[in-house]
Design a protein around this ligand. Structure first.
Ligand code: GAP
Length: 513
């Protein structure tokens, strides 16, 4: 990570804490590694993102319904899904620093560094030539071609090593690439070994009676085991989807980068059940739909890209990630997978219960195939928060820190500010707040100068500040100041509700999908 970006990311993390968005968990006991709590504004932003996903998936699709399955599930679920035997990451330790890494992440980061070099070459050339075509440059410039060849070579070797479960080769790649530990600076590595990521605990109070159960590492299995319940009780016809949001737990080896990789996090997953043979069509459709959903948030289309998986699970037909440009580079935000009928077939096998669908058109019963979309709520939160954070030097030399959050997701839509704490202005302001609060999250603030209150609301990310001044008492109008343009308009008190609705409503954004 370049120093400037690294500093900016540190500022985002401290801003998130200072303004009640994200706190380290149990901080009074020095925190718990890679576990975080959402504060008073964080919980609102998170709730709004979750709601936007839910409405786009469930409310907008007649053939998608919701579910809320438990975190604990019968332990055989995880045998059937393959998690007990194969939900692991390849880890490697540096013998000098004892620091533990994910072997695949070390290699991927190395490739990302080479890609950064390519981008630098492109940037340099773009400045030099007036007419510049990045695509042509990438296919003709000798240095770029050399870098690209290096990436392709590493990728091919890495893919083969993963496909053949050749952990010795994974280590050899790390050795050959001369990757060093960031702490000790040495290449003194242990062998690569697999580490299961599931947390387990005991069900039952007496040890003889107890059995090992797991904290779910994904919400998806709750959907698979309820497939038939939902299909039957909802009289669902293929194709149809089941959507769910909820906590998942993974004992990540290298949990880092703030809320990007946590041990307790929230997923928003949708399993779309389709007839065999239709899965690739729906896979492509969901790729397009999900990318459109991300773009509708308004952070900029150039911030997202697709990345096809190097290694496909043996049952999967296709898998890709939607990656987002976080402050530390392009990283996975959402996964989209064509999973075949693997999951339902496995649950049939392990439970002995039929999980089939009778297709009246084909006049046959079969196990449906599944296309899955799976996005991390906390990662989405980070993508939005880190893009919204800005520091701007004003003419008077001071720094204005703002969260330019998309208005429909902002925790507080408007702050209501009486110009002074007297002359009847607080009463008018509170009356307005009591009217608006039924439709909008609003906040009343009378402390400090209006300038200071504006700054405070900018830092929280409130898109509008409504000031009640002495003229309000006679003209029944207020001044509304926009966070993004810092311009002001004066409108009648009676129009404030509609003014806010038009500019902060989630419904209006849903209509753009
Ligand atoms: N059911 C499929 C599944 O769980 P995944 O790629 O392992 O697929 C899906 O996870 C999404 O969950 C990821 O794209 C990411 O956004 C989020 N996620 C996964 N592990 C995470 C972690 N440790 N911390 C935060 N988010 C995580």
């Amino acid at each position: 990570m370049a120093a400037v970006t690294e500093d900016l990311f540190k500022n985002v993390i401290s801003h998130a804490k200072e303004y009640g968005y994200v706190f380290p968990s149990s901080e009074i006991y020095d925190g718990l590694s890679s576990v975080y709590d959402y504060g008073q504004y964080g919980v609102e932003l998170k709730k709004n993102i979750r709601e936007y996903w839910w409405r786009a998936m469930v409310q907008m699709h007649e053939n998608i319904v919701g579910l809320d399955a438990s975190i604990f599930m019968h332990p055989t679920t995880w045998k059937a899904s393959g998690h007990v035997d194969a939900f692991s990451d390849p880890l490697i330790d540096n013998k000098d620093s004892n620091k533990r890494y994910r072997a695949d992440v070390l290699i991927e980061d190395h490739m990302a560094k080479i890609e950064e070099k390519i981008n630098k070459e492109v940037e340099k050339a773009a400045k030099r030539f007036e007419k510049f075509d990045a695509q042509v440059f990438k296919t003709t410039n000798a240095r770029v071609l050399e870098y690209q060849a290096k990436i392709d070579e590493i990728e091919a070797r890495f893919k083969t090593a993963l496909e053949t479960d050749n952990l010795a080769e994974v280590k050899q790649i790390i050795v050959d690439l001369e990757i060093v530990c960031t702490v000790s600076g040495t290449r003194n590595w242990t062998d690569v070994r697999q580490f299961n990521l599931m947390f387990n605990t005991q069900l039952g109070s007496v040890s003889e009676e107890s059995s090992t159960i797991y904290l779910r590492p994904e919400t998806a299995q709750g959907i698979f085991v309820n497939y038939l319940n939902v299909q039957k009780t909802g009289r669902m016809k293929l194709p149809f989807g089941i959507a769910q949001t909820g906590k998942a737990f993974r004992n990540e080896i290298v949990a880092r980068q703030f809320i990007f990789r946590m041990r307790e996090f929230e997923q928003m997953e949708m399993q779309f059940f389709v007839a065999p043979g239709d899965d690739m069509k729906y896979y492509e459709e969901w790729k397009t739909k999900r990318m459109a959903w991300h773009n509708s948030i308004g952070l900029g289309a150039n911030k997202y890209r697709f990345h096809d998986h190097i290694k496909l699970a043996h049952y999967a037909k296709a898998a890709c990630d939607i990656e987002f440009q976080f402050p530390f580079g392009f990283k996975e935000l959402e996964g989209i997978h064509a999973r075949g009928n693997f999951d339902l077939s496995q649950h049939e096998l392990f439970s002995g219960k039929k999980l089939q669908y009778f297709d009246p058109e084909r006049n046959e019963s079969y196990v449906p195939c599944v296309v899955e979309t799976s996005v991390g709520l906390d990662r989405l939160f980070l993508s939005i928060l880190s893009t919204a954070y800005t520091e701007e030097k004003l003419e008077d030399g001071s720094i204005r820190t703002a969260l330019n959050l998309p208005a429909f997701l902002a925790p507080i839509k408007a702050a209501i500010l009486p110009l002074v704490k007297k002359d009847g202005l607080p009463e008018v302001a509170k009356k307005l707040m009591n009217e608006l609060k039924y439709d909008h999250m609003v906040q009343y603030d009378e402390k400090d100068t209006v300038g200071k209150r504006y700054r405070r609301q900018d830092a929280i990310g409130t898109p509008y500040c409504i000031t009640i001044d002495h003229d309000t008492l006679t003209d029944n109008a207020v001044t509304i100041r926009s966070r993004d343009t810092m311009t002001q308009v004066r409108i009648p008190l009676t129009e404030v509700n509609e003014y806010l609705r038009l500019r902060t409503s989630m419904t209006e954004v849903l209509k753009t999908l």
